[in-house]
Design a protein around this ligand. Structure first.
Ligand code: KG4
Ligand code: ZN
Length: 341
């Protein structure tokens, strides 16, 4: 079973062909056309420009992903939300057109479910129950997965998402968009212990996150430092901020593991999982505990891509059923619900 997957929820136009082989997901092609260069000029994604670029670039991305239609596929998967409505509609409309013309099954996939299943794109599949730590530009969530396609939301952010905090602090430091990679590049040259920033752990007992205080504290710190900020101090601020946010994520994950000792695997996914420091810190904590395995997608599958949407569709194919193309709707606020319903 080969699936053509399409992802256009934000600023990456992506298509991929994945294959299900004996319960494993094999990626045949994975094409991502990033709009970052365009949005860098405005310091963030402009929704209607993003939608226009999807509509301009999706045909070519589909041609490349199918190797000019030389790779056949038996089903189509598409992100239906959450995301920017104009952007989602471009991908959905293309997917609906393909399946209506070719009479193929379609799977409408939740973008967050795609990030979750990016952890299943490696050589080994995480064993369930899994604790999935989603850290992206729009979401920071702890999800317990006891069975495939079943998600129990244990905690989420009360304000900014982790990626959003990276992007906002990067703006304060006058770094380029997107802020996450810019901060992590700069942090390599800085001292993570240079400044004490507050670790946001709203009440120990619950598993929610809060990052707006950390952003405010960083902003306040900058008012006390010399301006224009010398490069070495900028690097110290970036390293201190990155280290604090990683500590908050590691500690909340640790609390979740204490609460749910049955967890066998911990999966770190979403754009911020590309952060080497966070990957290393979380892995170190899991290895020190020595009770469970740690999974993080390879870099290409951390930020938005269509292979992860295809991976989620493979599990819908195995454990659920397809959707009707005429029932699918783009939902900018789509919640993560079990079994995609
Ligand atoms: O998952 P993603 O591509 O899009 C959403 O679904 O939101 O995540 C994008 C976010 C951005 O906020 C970006 O700054 C952040 O992921 N990001 C990083 C890194 N690479 C991307 N944050 C920290 N370190 C990175 N290396
Ligand atoms: Zn994403």
């Amino acid at each position: 079973m080969r699936i053509l997957a399409i992802e256009t929820s934000c600023d990456e136009t992506a298509a991929s062909i994945v294959e299900e082989r004996r319960g494993q997901v094999i990626v045949n092609t994975n094409v991502v056309f990033s709009q970052i260069a365009t949005h860098a000029a405005t310091g963030g994604v402009v929704p209607n420009i993003a939608a226009r670029l999807h509509s301009q670039n999706l045909p070519e991305v589909l041609i490349q992903a199918t190797k000019n239609k030389k790779i056949s596929f038996q089903a189509v998967a598409v992100t239906t939300g959450p995301g920017l409505i104009g952007c989602l509609l471009i991908g959905l409309s293309a997917a609906q057109t393909i399946v209506a013309l070719e009479k193929k099954p379609i799977y409408g996939i939740n973008h967050l479910e795609g990030h979750i299943y990016s952890a299943w794109l490696g050589e080994e599949a995480p064993e369930l129950p899994a604790l999935v730590v989603i850290v992206s530009g729009g979401h920071t969530e702890l999800v317990l997965m006891k069975r495939h396609l079943h998600y129990q939301l244990l905690g989420s952010t009360r304000d900014d998402a982790a990626g959003e905090a990276f992007d906002k602090v990067a703006r304060l430091l006058e770094l380029s968009y997107p802020g996450g990679p810019a901060i992590s590049r700069l942090a390599v040259h800085g001292n993570p212990e240079a400044y004490q920033l507050p670790i946001s752990l709203p009440r120990k007992g619950d598993l929610d996150f809060s990052f707006s205080g950390l952003k405010a504290a960083t902003s306040f710190l900058l008012t006390k430092l010399p301006q224009p900020l010398p490069e070495h101090l900028k690097a110290d601020v970036a390293a201190s901020f990155q280290s604090t946010i990683a500590q908050a994520i590691v500690r909340k994950t640790q609390f979740a593991l204490e609460k749910y000792p049955e967890v066998q695997s911990v999966c770190l996914v979403g754009g911020v999982s590309a952060n080497s420091h966070l990957r290393a810190q979380l892995e170190q904590m899991i290895n020190q505990e020595g009770k469970r395995r740690f999974f993080v997608p390879k870099m290409d599958y951390c930020t938005d891509n269509a292979a992860m949407i295809g991976a989620a569709a493979v599990y819908h194919y195995l454990f659920s059923k397809p959707d009707n193309w005429y029932d699918l709707e783009a939902d900018p606020n789509r919640q993560l619900t079990s079994n995609g319903k």
